[in-house]
Write a protein that binds this ligand. Sequence first.
Ligand code: ADP
Ligand code: ASP
Ligand code: MG
Length: 408
Amino acid sequence: MSIIIQKFGGTSVATPEKIHAAARRIIATKLQSHQMVVVVSAMGHTTDELLDMANRIAPNPPKRELDQLLATGEQVTIALLAMAIHSQGHEAISFTGPQIGLITDAVHSKARIREIDKQRILTELTAGKIVIVAGFQGMTVDGHITTLGRGGSNASMVALGAVLGAEACENFTDVDGVFTADPRIVPEARKIEQISYDEMMELSSVGAGVLQTRAVEFAKKYNVRIHVRNSAGNAPGTWIIAETKSMEDIVVSGCALKKELTRVTLKGIPDRPGVVARLFTVVGERHIVVDDIIQNVLDDKTANISFTVEHGDLADLKPAVDQVLAELGGHATYEKDLAKVSVIGVGMKQATGVASTMFTALADKNINIQNISTSEIRISCTVANTDAAEALRAVHRAFNLDRSAVTV
Ligand code: ADP
Ligand code: ASP
Ligand code: MG
């Protein structure tokens, strides 16, 4: 019998009625001769509310205690969903991350999964039960509760899919699938039928919050098939799968926006070997993701280095920057309220003119481009936060993403 993983995001379990609806879907899938493992997020906006409560107690709380707090959200949902399934006449058993031996590293609030003890799950599945697992949480080898970063239930889903050799992971959310842009910002965005792991990874990492980047990375590594679907209906959604030949014909598959970025510039630091390595070692030790690194060497043998980080990482970043400046000299400036608009497509590898189409679309709207960065399948422009939504809509239109995909 094949195993199906179904994951329900916060909005899909926000009320008792929605929890009952999820239970009905799980039972219906089980009755099609599948063994069912279900991953759930915290109800509605619970995680945000818990974070808010923590910040009202203390501005920068210890990360271990924050994880202890945030993990409670998912624990509520697993128990309620198990009760809903029981009341509908089927057997279910709920587990927290630690109860299924979901072991992570010790990086609180951004932990990575190391292993899962699948035996406990398999025993319950063999006994005919539906297994419900709390997403987003795990435990260090020393028994400290950890969380897997925002959107981390996606990582739980994919990791379970990989260790259990699941036929597919069905990711139920509040949109019909992965769109050519966030449909909340670009109403004319189109649902994509299928997208490659690489494109989805790039889209997620530049702001498409529908799936967590790490989860997609993991899915690619272990070849886990993900189907993103709307929990409100039965329509097929978007499949995230390995790249196929026909995908290469599409130059631009989608675009995304990341807001609330800060550009950090270190000025007047020495221009000699080892300086950049030292800076990014100190930053990396704090598990902060940096992007768009630019270095300029000046005539006076000093250098300026700038990079962008997410606004939320600033509290952790500033002490690291101060430490490096104390060692090397120089000073730092912080420019807030930046955003990044990006276009993605595997077909970009062969195509020409993608960059100029993007730059022209922004110029026509009088939007100033502050930085440009690229990968093999992505072009990103940094713009002011206030221009961000208009920039995304302009780029979406320039590549005709509302109609059909642009082909070579
Ligand atoms: P869940 O809690 O169900 O995991 P999320 O809020 O984390 O849901 O993710 C779904 C949301 O992602 C959508 O409501 C949508 O606004 C946003 N989103 C951003 N980019 C995209 C995209 N390209 N396609 C679909 N949804 C997107
Ligand atoms: N509840 C967590 C969050 O809001 C994890 C998740 O939903 O995937 O980020
Ligand atoms: Mg999510």
